[in-house]
Design a protein around this ligand. Structure first.
Ligand SMILES: [Zn+2]
Length: 171
């Protein structure tokens, strides 16, 4: 990687962020370029994760560059990710979360403390990513994006309006 080009990031309110993305079926050069551009865009924006619809592309792909529970930096991409269901009494943590599509504010949100995503890579080979700490949060946040859900949608109406106003976006 490293040869990608940073593209503008879509903002909350743009329809592509509020609709489920389509499964990737074409594993050609264009997908490789998209993933390179996603890494470049995430890095340019100083983010820890990015979903394809944040670049306006409605496909099920995300990238991450995020610390795990023990502080280890984990970097990768997942195509057609599926978030494994959580056990009924899964541990949760309430921590600060933000989103490049809602620039500026951060707010606390409860998420499962451990998450596993399965999917494939650029070549269609199976991948599994399991993470705790901030990576667990990131994996859940990015899978939500691909389902058309932005983290502020998980907040109460009042908190959502406050966060969107803080970001200068209409609710
Ligand atoms: Zn986000």
């Amino acid at each position: 990687m490293g040869k990608g080009r940073a593209r503008p990031i879509t903002l909350y309110g743009e329809p592509v962020l509020h609709r489920p993305c389509a499964a990737v079926t074409d594993f050609g050069r264009e997908l490789a370029r998209l993933v390179e551009d996603m890494f470049a865009s995430m890095q340019a924006a100083d983010g820890v994760g990015l979903a394809a619809n944040q670049l306006g592309v409605p496909l099920r792909v995300f990238v991450f560059d995020c610390p795990d529970a023990d502080g280890t930096r984990r970097r990768g991409h997942v195509v057609n990710p599926v978030l494994e269901p959580f056990p009924r009494r899964a541990a949760t943590t309430r921590e600060t979360e933000g989103c490049l599509s809602v620039p500026g504010p951060h707010t606390e949100l409860r998420r499962a403390s451990l998450a596993t995503v399965t999917g494939v890579d650029l070549e269609g080979r199976p991948v599994t990513v399991t993470g705790g700490g901030y990576l667990a949060r990131c994996l859940q946040h990015e899978c939500d994006h691909l389902d058309g859900v932005v983290y502020v949608d998980l907040l109460s109406g009042r908190r959502r309006r406050r966060i969107l106003a803080e970001a200068g976006l209409a609710s």
